[in-house]
Design a protein around this ligand. Sequence first.
Ligand SMILES: Cc1cc2nc3c(=O)[nH]c(=O)nc-3n(C[C@H](O)[C@H](O)[C@H](O)COP(=O)(O)OP(=O)(O)OC[C@H]3O[C@@H](n4cnc5c(N)ncnc54)[C@H](O)[C@@H]3O)c2cc1C
Length: 262
Amino acid sequence: MTDTPTPPAGAGPAAWTPPTRFAVPGRIAVSNRAAATWQRAVLTDIRRETPRAATFRFAVPRWAGHLPGQHLMLRLRAPDGYVAQRHYSIASPPDDLGHVELTLDHVDGGEVSGWFHTVAKPGDEVELRGPLSGFFAWPGDRPALLLGAGSGVVPLMSMVRHHRARNLAVPLRLLVSARGPEELVYASEYGAETTAVFTRDAPPGVPVGRLSAAQVERLLADGPDGGWEAYVCGSNGFAEHASRLLVGAGQPVDRIRIERFG
Ligand SMILES: Cc1cc2nc3c(=O)[nH]c(=O)nc-3n(C[C@H](O)[C@H](O)[C@H](O)COP(=O)(O)OP(=O)(O)OC[C@H]3O[C@@H](n4cnc5c(N)ncnc54)[C@H](O)[C@@H]3O)c2cc1C
């Protein structure tokens, strides 16, 4: 079952038939059943990304699939029945069937991220439901300009991986902000599509500073005919900063999608 779409403005009932799979800019089909059903997931691998972030790989045999950019709900259950649940973006691309990868920052004093970083081991079971939210999904059908900071790069990496896995020709650029090189998640995976910005320390020859208006203006000026669909993900502060720069550089507000982790 999918969310019921609304007809485009101005289209009368006779002119418009609901598509079976609703995929237009701004709204992507989400299966209500998948979003509501908890499934068991077995942790199969843990990969360190940075001193504060690690990727957790799960086998989820009945996973319904997802689009790059979507997230899920994860639930931990203690033996006494206490449960904790949190949202996490999906890092892996859709073609990694039966598996889901999440990349978690270790939040100081964090209940769920703390458990993953200090206790979890391969073979442990958790529960997941999803995928959730079509709004931040990128099906790979339109030029995408991705701006992320810290673990906000996680859903954007699913898009980059999908772009590579399917060898898509549609333009895609990633601008990722980190405090320093040692905190740059997925550092070894970035290619020509990526520009990294370092806010506290940078490698020799690379300036230190926040994402600037000039960088965003350049990306928009070099964009494809018809412009970009912009996806912004990170803390509230980063989301505000990046979206203000995008609007200032002329990106239409209705073509900026924002996911906030804060
Ligand atoms: C749509 C969505 C997608 C998300 N995807 C990811 C992801 O891919 N990777 C990821 O690491 N996190 C992600 N998050 C954040 C995640 O849901 C949790 O908030 C985070 O893991 C902290 O949970 P916790 O149980 O460890 O900490 P809690 O026990 O909930 O919080 C402990 C303390 O840390 C503070 N805190 C909580 N969250 C954060 C934070 N994100 N940054 C700084 N301080 C915080 C709290 O105010 C509290 O003081 C996402 C959030 C949303 C809404």
